[in-house]
Each structure stands twice: as C-alpha cells, then as structure tokens.
Design a protein around this ligand. Sequence first.
Ligand code: ZN
Length: 347
Amino acid sequence: MCATGSASAASKWGALAKPVAHTELPAVESLRISAAGFRLKFFGGSQLMSFEKTHRSQQQTLARPALIAGRGLFHGIDVKVRLRPADPGTGIVFRRVDLKDRPEVAAHVDNVRPAARRTVLASRSGAVVETVEHLMAALAGLHIDNCLIEINSIEIPAVDGSSMPFCEAILAAGLTQQSVTRSLLSVSESQGVNDRAGEQWIEVIPAYDGHATVDYRLDYGPEAVIASQSFSVELTPDAFLRDIAAARTFVLQDEVAALQQMGFGRHLTARDLVIFDTDGSVIQNNLRWQDEPVRHKILDCIGDLALGGRLFVGRVVARRSGHKLNHVMAKTLSTIEVRRAALERAA
Ligand SMILES: [Zn+2]
C-alpha cells in the first residue's frame, strides 16, 4: 500500500547514480521492481531475484560479506563497514575492529545513548557506534535477522543519505535462509507514546492479518517550509526497496549553520543531501519523490524500531515522531518481547 500509486520509484529516478559506497562485489547500476521480484543490474551483468514467502518464517543472514565505505554524516571520518553473515539467534551486532579487544555493541535499544538527530549505540565498556539508523533500516527492510557489522571507526558511512547503497551491497552479496524459525514480535495491545503535549506521537496497534505497516504523517504546521505529507507502507522487502530505501536525509537551510556547529555534514555540499530553502525549494539538488521527506521519516522509524530486537507484526501510526520517540517505542517493543520470551519459557 502506498500513497502515490504503484509506479516504480526506481524508474522515477532512473539508473542509480554512481554509488558513493563501494563493495567488493560488482557495483549495482540499477534496480527495477516488478511483480516477479527485483532485477539488479550490475556493471557487467544482471540478476533477477525474488523474496520468497518462506522468508517470513525463516531467519536470514547474508550469503557472503559485503563491504561499504564512505564518510560519516556528523564526523566526516572515512570509514569501512563490513557486513558479515552471522549464526541464527545472533541478531544485529556491531564490532569496533579499530579498538583494543574489538568490542561488540548489540543493536538493541538498551544500548542507545542520547544524541541529537541520530541514533547512537554504546556498549557498557564504552565502545560507540554512531548514526546506525539507515543501515539498521536496510537490514530490517530486507528482513535480515542476523549480521555481524565490523566497523573501523566511530560512525556508519552516510553514503547518499538513504538506505539504498546499503541495500545494494546486501543484495549483491545475496541473502541466505537459515535453519532456525524466526519468531516475530506480535503486538497484542496498542502501545503509544507522545511528546510536546501530544504534538508528536507514535503508536503500535495490533494487526490481526499478520502484517507490519507504518503510517506516518509529517506535519510541521501550516507555515512550515515542508508541506504536510503522509505515507503508508507495508513492511515487505519489495515495498521497502521500491518506496522507502532511496529516500534521503533532509535538513532546512535555517538549521544548517547550527547543525554544522554540532559537526553535522561540514564536509558535505548541498548535492550530498537534501536541503530545503526557506521558500520550500531544494538547493542544488532534486527530490527523488515529491514526498521524499515523509518517506525518509518512515525509513528512520524502521531503523529505530529494529532496535526492539526483532521484526514485528503490527501497525505503526506516527505523527512527527523522531529518533527520541522512536527509541521509546523500540524500548516498549523490546519489553513486550522479553515478556513473550518469558511466557514461552514458562510454557
Ligand atoms: Zn535519517
């Protein structure tokens, strides 16, 4: 389900720009979605792949490692990230290979540290990994349960500000089903949190059809530079690739100076992310969709809720929710999971 019809997003923005990230595998030239699945065209070949129904029930990991390199959004440090296959039950785990003893940080909401405008994880020993949300969204969007993410610096590469380069690297590496059944987190009663006297909120409602969806309303008020926009998507890999994965980070021109003071994107130009001018136009760049901002908010939401620890069944309804509220909801989801696991043990 999507708000703007079924036209392929990939066809709207055509062949992918030369990837900012690079992998050890052939670079992906274009990605096309059809009813038969998705076709990845590499420089030098192409491959038709499809997500089978069984992917809903079996845990998945990568078939082989994938390497992604680039500079972080806030710190601008050159960094390499290697996504490695991991055993069933591992979950998503980061490993700082540049630090003594190569400490690990589980991608779990209990490891979230407060940070402005991004998601930061830290282990008890103090190993930190910053700006994980777009990579987390790629993994959750493609329904990958287990992955060891080796990183040689503090921050995940910004790539093009979206999840698509991560998806390309993962799909080029291939997915493999594992022998262990996936246990989905099923929300049995509505859970909601809000902020700013209810101006921002996020709720997860039971979905008795067994699906996961996100409905998001971006609404910064009638005078806002970005007009209000809504979007709804079912969380299947195909829909994620088609409608969400390529939506990029955006900022307002008014915010740029303050953000740069925080370190954000000092090394970036307007071509490297979406900057909205005070009149609502986009500076030196083109939108991939007219409603690209709301799609990116959904992308962030998917990445943050993945910190609950598992894929979930339920309907997420959100208005203006950002990382902070998303983390509160991820914590709520993780608590449900713990309760459910405890019930399973008792049975
Ligand atoms: Zn984001």
